[in-house]
Design a protein around this ligand. Structure first.
Ligand code: NAD
Length: 256
């Protein structure tokens, strides 16, 4: 009976940026819990490779190509998913970009706008649109992927635009949670530490890695499945009393 709360049988779950990395691990976790999963990714090849990776594990998922910065396309995708599955129970708003390495004083408008467009606007468009379906049903759970960078300024890499976008996601999460709490829709976030994905592989070198690990009490990076299990908990009824929370999954990074 107790573990029934962790099951998501018959539910439909949408994961943005679900073609690889943390998003793909989340898709797998929610599918294992019984949900029908829809992967959204802006990159068609990545979306398809994610779908195939799940198929290789016996999970039949849908893959949709969509850029979350396009709010009209988000509306259309949600309508299509609802038309096909008849319900939308969970959203993992995970799609994000980093583009680290530019000092604040040198940040061009384009960089600031692009990172915030994906990481912040895109999260809001998805929360707003998929949230509408959940509010109508009086049931649903949203999990936004923030970052420990929403609490700290990373070192040594410079990324003011990224840090600010993730802090905004955390507060957006709390604000939506309050608005929707008495209408059956929970909104939470996860704030990961450095996770071994393409995103971190593309920026890290040996000297940077030494600093990252030294700054992490656990002394290691995280794996995508270590975020997916937290996301699963927040997406299912096991967390029925939790809303507006940003759960740090950071190996203790923000404690120092
Ligand atoms: P990743 O780059 O491996 O995967 C991100 C996925 O999102 C890619 O498949 C990409 O195609 C997709 N995507 C990017 N922009 C999109 C858009 N506009 N519309 C739709 N899809 C889009 O990254 P990851 O490491 O798996 O990160 C996933 C999330 O976790 C991001 O929000 C990231 O900021 C956050 N995060 C990552 C780390 C880390 O160390 N990897 C740490 C904290 C937070």
């Amino acid at each position: 009976m107790f573990f029934e709360k962790f099951r998501m049988d018959g539910q439909t779950a949408v994961v943005t940026g679900g073609g690889r990395g943390i998003g793909l691990a989340c898709a797998e976790a929610l599918a294992e819990a019984g949900a029908r999963v829809v992967i959204i990714d802006r990159d068609e090849a990545v979306a398809e490779s994610g779908r195939q990776a799940l198929a290789g594990k016996g999970i039949e998922a849908d893959a949709l190509v969509l850029d979350v910065t396009d709010s009209a396309a988000v509306d259309k995708a949600a309508a299509d998913i609802f038309a096909k599955h008849g319900r939308i129970d969970a959203l993992v708003a995970n799609a994000g970009i980093a583009r680290t390495g530019t000092a604040a004083e040198d940040t061009p408008d384009e960089l600031w706008l692009n990172v915030n467009d994906v990481n912040y606007n895109g999260v809001f468009w998805c929360n707003r649109t998929f949230g509408r379906y959940m509010l109508k049903a009086g049931h649903g759970a949203i999990v936004n992927i923030g970052s420990m960078s929403g609490y700290i300024a990373n070192r040594p890499q410079l990324q003011t635009y990224y840090n600010a976008s993730k802090a905004a996601v955390h507060h957006l999460t709390a604000s939506l949670a309050v608005e929707w709490a008495d209408r059956g829709v929970r909104v939470n976030a996860v704030a990961p530490t450095y996770i071994e994905t393409e995103m971190t592989k593309s920026v890290v070198d040996k000297s940077m890695m030494d600093i990252w690990l030294r700054d992490t009490p656990m002394g290691r990076m995280g794996q995508p499945h270590e975020i997916a299990s937290v996301v699963h908990f927040l997406a299912c009824d096991a967390s029925s009393l939790i809303t507006g929370a940003t759960v740090k999954a950071d190996g203790g990074f923000t404690c120092w």
